[in-house]
Design a protein around this ligand. Sequence first.
Ligand SMILES: [Zn+2]
Length: 413
Amino acid sequence: MAASLASAVERVLVRVSADEVVDLTRRLVQIPSVYRPDEPDANERAVADLVAGWLREEGFTVEVDEVAAGRPNVVGCLDGSGPGPTLCFEGHTDVVTEGDATAWRHGPWSGAVENGRLYGRGAADMKGGLAAAMVALAAVRRAGIKLRGRALLAALVDEEGGMTGARRFVTTPIGRSVTAAIICEPEQNELCLEQKGVFWARVWIRGRMAHGAMPYAAVNPIAVAGHFLAALPALERRVRRGVPRSRFLGLPHVTPTIVQAPVRGVPQNNVIPGEAEIRLDVRLTPGLEPARVLDAIQDLARETQGRWAPAEVAVELIEPPRPATRVGRSEPVVQALAWAMRTVSGRAARFGGVPGSTDGTIFRSEAGIPIVTCGPGRRDIPHQVDEHVEIAELLEAGRAYAAAAVRFLDGRL
Ligand SMILES: [Zn+2]
């Protein structure tokens, strides 16, 4: 880069305008991109089209990759002037359902602005962050800054479901080229270096059905389930051993969320059911691998089955586990974004942790990409009625993304 870093950043920052970020966020929010398998016109296609068209107009090279029908990933690429690292800004284009639209202060697809906030489903989670990143990278290009390597904008599908968009992206040639990523999820502009992991398990218990008057003729799966449930707190204490308490995420949890018996058919006062089912919601923190908890659950299932024979107790995973992730503060992408936050806000960067998993979980755990999760919007606002994003935060994120891109790609980290 010919000019000094400070003057390059200056030239980029004057090109990140609040009006433009707000306008783009509103246009994205006004497209209801809820995944509805029975409605071919729902899903992410219309938002993806808007993103792809906007990026092309701004001079990005754009790749569109249909992950499933009506569900295209869009990746915009801004090439630098020479070889170097690839920095990816990531956002998802799907949103969750609006719920009861009449309960909203402003229509969930309005993008209405009031008292410095933009309202609507996806305003925070995460069309605001996506718009901020798009405007930030466009500003880098408009300023004519020549960078080493390249910057990507990845707008991916299905984060709220199985994260198939991220799973696909990290296997593509362009996805495999990513050196580091900023995940633009709503974390109130805190730099989150840790994300919780999760898996769900089904514990299935088969006993023997019988008349309630003759319990001696039954193997009651409800009693077996009771034994299993009573042992869970001790199991949780066991798997926590040796796992450091995370400053931001606390400790891991093993929580029963569903208990059901009978599993099928109509329950009746005088019928001992033949089967019971327990669902477990397991939240992982860095330092605890999913397999360790799954092994402990399986051990407990075997122990329970041994004690309650001839009852059978089996455990199955409901979908592949998402491990907890962590990156160190010394990662260049963290350094670049912390520097950028300080530069645009005048105060030290704030750090935090992501209570759930994001597309970044896939980037980190499946492809080993260093990630930092940081974007505008209150952490607890997603999926609620009256979802909104503070416009000041939107602008701060856009400016920080732009400065981070320049810093990361200027070759000095
Ligand atoms: Zn999200």
